[in-house]
Design a protein. Structure first.
Length: 318
């Protein structure tokens, strides 16, 4: 009845607004309700996602959760496969704290396993200043887009001889063009003016050189959007000195991991920044930057014991 009174154009704009990241959700099930895979994870992950479930329930959001338990104490890969199957079945997942699963070869984390298995090639983080949060820098509004399936996180490493480890960094033309096109399409959709490619092509002339060249090729097809590039070490210095100069940032996997954590710190910490992983068919949403065995993690564990933990970042859209 609600949509019957809304014109076709307004209805289309509403749908576009709700799903603004070029992601189409799976068909509604069971009388207009959607099912979302829920992966609590380790540490305070279950506590955080419990808050999300309570909020959805009190707000009467038409979403049901299929809970899939995966944690670092598991020794079988069955639970990893169950999580992947649940995401494929539902199309959307909400994930708690990062998990380092014992049974995964080369100690893959769950996040990396999901990214490669489901081809979640675009990691998106919207880093913006929030009202009431006291930080050194104000008026920050940066979208970070990170290639999520290759680079240094390809998990291709071995010990060639005793005491010598080789770790491969994989950069491909197809994946670089794909993530660059995603960044420029998103920038145009959001009315952003500039895309900055972050790289180390001055040293890694072939790997990062290929990534940078692909970014330039894609940029030529978007004349309405400015394009520039910046070396990653200079990028981190510029971020902590004048972050307002950045608009949309595009980078390979490892650099994105570092830059996203720096940006999270600039706006108040990882608990205030949402993250999302998008592929052609699936989307996984998560918190940003919380790792095991860190001071932040230890602090949050104390907060759980005092009933102070929150999942504010999981309520935000990246």
């Amino acid at each position: 009845m609600l949509f019957s009174s809304v014109g076709q154009n307004k209805r289309g704009r509403l749908v576009t607004y709700l799903f603004r990241w070029q992601y189409t959700p799976p068909p509604a099930k069971y009388g207009g309700r959607h099912t979302v895979a829920l992966i609590p994870g380790d540490g305070i992950g279950p506590e955080l996602l419990n808050h999300v479930q309570e909020l959805f329930r009190f707000s009467c959001v038409p979403v049901d959760f299929e809970v899939v338990h995966v944690n670092s104490s598991s020794t079988s890969e069955d639970d990893i496969n169950n999580a992947i199957m649940a995401i494929r079945r539902n199309g959307v997942a909400l994930k708690g704290l990062p998990i380092h699963h014992r049974s995964l070869s080369a100690q893959l984390s769950l996040s990396l396993s999901l990214s490669t298995s489901l081809d979640l090639y675009a990691n998106v983080m919207h880093c913006q200043s929030l009202p009431g949060v006291q930080t050194r820098h104000k008026n920050i509004d940066i979208i970070i887009i990170r290639e999520n399936t290759e680079g240094e996180y390809s998990s291709l490493e071995h010990e060639s001889v005793s005491g010598v480890v080789e770790s491969l960094k994989i950069i491909t033309r197809n994946n670089s063009l794909r993530i660059a096109d995603y960044a420029f399409r998103l920038a145009r959709e959001k009315g952003r003016r500039r895309v900055t490619a972050v790289h180390k092509a001055n040293i890694m002339k072939l790997g990062d050189g290929l990534f940078l060249q692909c970014c330039k090729e894609v940029a030529s097809g978007y004349p309405d959007i400015e394009f520039d590039s910046m070396i990653v070490d200079n990028t981190t210095m510029q971020l902590v000195s004048k972050p307002q100069q950045f608009d949309v940032m595009l980078m390979p996997n490892l650099y994105g991991n570092v830059v996203s954590n720096v940006c999270a710190g600039l706006v108040g910490g990882p608990g205030l920044v949402p993250g999302a992983n998008y592929g052609r068919d699936y989307a996984v949403f998560e918190t940003v930057g919380l790792k095991e065995k860190t001071e932040i993690f230890a602090t949050l564990v104390i907060y759980v014991s005092q009933n102070k933990s929150h999942s504010f970042d999981l309520y935000l859209r990246p």
